[in-house]
Design a binder for this molecule. Structure first.
Ligand code: FMN
Length: 233
């Protein structure tokens, strides 16, 4: 039975290629959220490099693809392993893979931490359990036991006057205190200077294109126009 219905499987990249690849990347992220086949369709692998040139990768959540401003946004602990690596070398790479949509997005660029004001504003929108959690976890540092971590959560909650004994115990529905943001927790904008969009093709004849541009000086201060090239799969 033949059908003219276009499926994701037979999708190719637009021809001509779009001027700004982040428009399409943002559209793909929105579609991945709408057609979510996994709990975190906004999860992306973030790769960083340490001062010896050794790479490491982990998953973080992408809170926004700002196509016009040219960045991706994620939040983490500035004192974590990734945080220290980004301090020493602000270059990072990310990859999203939406298997059921047959799409991959890769991007590379330079990170810029958010300002204290921006971080405070986002922190205020988070539930108190997460606000307390970022005080309790010295992300990427060893911890003696799960119990020690639970005790740290309870200790931090109580330090802010929240009657909570840690994971597994009863939680107050509402709290009347403000939990400030720890200075080591916040966001990064990844200003991208390279993007690759990939769609799966039949018999491994995938469709790929790479866009590059140059960032002016410090991240966020501007960039040249994108130049695009189709790549062999
Ligand atoms: C689905 C998923 C989402 C995650 N989101 C974040 C996130 O947004 N920020 C973050 O710091 N860690 C997040 N993590 C945890 C990281 O993968 C990682 O364990 C942690 O950030 C420590 O990494 P590091 O020691 O390399 O700094 C997430 C993990 C998973 C599996």
């Amino acid at each position: 039975m033949s059908s003219n219905k276009k499926t994701f499987w037979t999708e190719t990249l637009p021809d001509p290629l779009p001027a700004n690849p982040l428009d399409l990347a943002a559209q793909w992220l929105a579609e991945a959220k709408r057609h979510a086949a996994q709990p975190n369709p906004d999860a992306m692998v973030l790769a960083t490099v340490d001062d010896r040139g050794h790479p490491s990768a982990r998953v973080v959540l992408c809170k926004e693809i700002a196509a016009q401003q040219g960045y991706l946004l994620f939040y983490t602990n500035y004192a974590s392993r990734k945080g220290s690596e980004l301090k020493a070398n602000p270059r990072a790479a990310i990859v999203f893979h939406w298997d059921h949509l047959h799409r991959q997005v890769r991007a590379e660029g330079q990170v810029q931490p958010l300002s204290d004001l921006e971080n405070d504003a986002y922190h205020r929108t988070r539930p108190w359990q997460k606000q307390v959690g970022v005080w309790a976890s010295r992300q990427s540092q060893p911890v003696e036991s799960r119990q020690a971590l639970a005790a740290a959560v309870a200790r931090e909650a109580q330090r802010f006057g929240i009657p909570y004994d840690g994971p597994g115990s009863a939680e107050p529905d509402e709290i009347s205190v403000t939990v400030p943001r720890p200075p080591h927790w916040g966001g990064y904008r990844l200003y991208v200077d390279a993007v690759e969009l990939w769609v799966e093709g039949e018999y491994r004849i995938h469709d790929r294109a790479r866009w590059t541009r140059s960032l002016h000086g410090a991240a966020g201060t501007g960039a040249t126009a994108w130049s695009a090239t189709r790549l062999q799969p």
